[in-house]
Design a protein. Structure first.
Length: 470
């Protein structure tokens, strides 16, 4: 670029039927904000991917004033231009809350989530929808259990194999959900049928499947959240189970957390950062919240220490393209700071990058990190400050230093690490039992959503867009 030409322009709100024009740069970076459909009370980003056909796809849930929920998808070109935005609308009027999606090739994707009533008062089911490259429905299914409710579910892709569903399932007796187990099932992407559906858990604890990842020698490692009453009182831990290719338990470990009144340790993701496995999760209590990262050995044995990140409300975790771990979440609200932060940690779980973006996010934001096109997409459930209009914010940033196009973004020092040495292993022997999950077709409409461009202050060496004149 020859010289710095600085322009100041007001990004007008686009008509609802027009495509949004994101601020973009030759580097591939872009910044795009879009409100979808009628104003609601919340918008939660669930997942984002760079499709095999070279387009970005974000998935989330729009929550209306009556608490009903429907999934949405926004498809963008690699440079950020919006192609389409749709809602998935089941014909029976049930609410659907999106959880995850995986790329199936040729632009096809598989979307997963929870099927529930708006009050969450009835047993929950699962849904899966396969969409083609134009976001048309190929097939859609609802999955139920006669005597149970599904606590949650996520899709995970497997190279050369069928995707896996992992989540939690709880028995329901006289309308009350009891202690549950993790569940796993593979998905036939051609038909929507589930295969090898099974539960993983123990009679004396509540287990919830959080993530699953392939092991180098074959089989998978499953991360579970475990809660139970032990001999010394309440116990909270991270369950790590190695499964063989045949689906049998090869090994299991329960890594303890220090427990105080009100604490809950929730395993969230299991990633391979290039040096090995890292388990990531959140500890919540009546006092400070901590995000934690725990290095696991090749045999899935826990390191003697776990790394804590006090006050960091993390929305998503991902393996960094060049090695290490990426975290994306809320800036440190404990000291009155706003916006979001992208963090990179190295193989020693030391912080090597913190970059803050002046986004208009909500407290405990929802978001997703997606890698592709040589960069990262940071998707965020946001809220416009002047009128509380919820919208999706999508910023494509550089993979190495997180540099994007937002004005006043920059390096950040708001978070530091702490060390937790209260790490031990508890006795725990989970067993696998088959489970009968019934799949039934469900009619789903794909309805276009009106779009309103949300102005953002975006800058590039030769161009500045602002949401108001100064």
């Amino acid at each position: 670029m020859t010289h710095a030409l600085r322009l100041c322009a007001c990004l007008a709100f686009a008509a609802a039927t027009l495509f949004s024009a994101p601020a973009a740069a030759e580097s591939g970076r872009f910044s795009d904000g879009v409100a979808l459909g009628d104003p609601g009370i919340d918008l939660r980003v669930a997942d984002a991917i760079f499709r095999s056909d070279g387009r970005w796809l974000t998935l989330g849930t729009r929550i209306a004033e009556d608490n009903s929920a429907l999934p949405y998808l926004v498809l963008r070109e690699a440079g950020g231009a919006q192609v389409a935005a749709f809602a998935l609308v089941p014909s029976d009027g049930r609410s659907w809350s999106a959880r995850s999606l995986v790329d199936l090739g040729a632009g096809h994707v598989l979307v997963a989530g929870i099927d529930h009533d708006a009050s969450f008062g009835l047993p929950q089911a699962l849904f899966l929808v396969r969409l083609d490259a134009g976001l048309g429905v190929v097939w859609s299914r609802r999955y139920t259990h006669a005597d149970a409710t599904f606590e949650d579910a996520w899709l995970r892709a497997r190279e050369g194999r069928a995707p896996l569903l992992v989540g939690g399932i709880q028995p329901v007796v006289e309308g009350v959900a009891g202690d549950g187990d993790a569940f796993l099932a593979s998905v036939d992407v051609a038909t929507g049928e589930l295969a090898d559906a099974r539960m993983l858990g123990t009679p004396e604890a509540h287990e919830r499947g959080a993530d699953v990842i392939a092991l180098a020698g074959g089989g998978e490692a499953v991360a579970l959240e475990v809660r139970r009453d032990g001999t010394g009182g309440f116990e909270a831990g991270d369950g790590i189970v190695a499964l063989t290719d045949a689906g049998a338990v090869a090994s299991s470990r329960l890594i303890s957390h220090p427990v105080s009144a009100g604490i809950r340790a929730s395993a969230l993701r299991l990633v391979h950062d290039g040096a090995g496995f890292v388990l990531a999760g959140r500890r919540t209590a009546f006092g400070p919240n901590f995000f934690y990262l725990h290095r696991l050995g090749s045999d899935l044995a826990p390191a003697a220490e776990r790394t804590l990140l006090p006050f960091f409300n993390v929305a998503d975790v991902a393996a960094a393209p060049g090695g290490g771990t990426l975290l994306y979440g809320e800036a440190n609200g404990e000291v009155g700071e706003t916006g979001t932060v992208l963090m990179h940690l190295d193989a020693d779980l030391g912080i090597t990058l913190q970059r803050r973006y002046p986004t208009q996010n909500q407290v405990f934001p929802s978001g997703a990190i997606a890698g592709g096109d040589g960069g990262l997409l940071l998707a965020l459930g946001a809220m416009r400050e002047d009128d509380a209009r919820v919208f999706e914010s999508a910023n494509r940033v550089d993979a190495d230093d997180g540099e994007g196009l937002l004005c006043e973004e920059g390096s950040y020092e708001g978070f530091g690490t702490a060390t937790d040495t209260q790490v031990g292993e508890l006795a725990w022997t989970p067993a696998i039992t088959p489970v009968s999950i019934v799949a039934t077709p469900v009619t789903v409409g794909v309805e276009p959503l009106a779009r309103e461009a949300i102005a953002a202050c975006a800058t590039e060496d030769d161009l500045v867009f602002r949401d108001s004149f100064e």
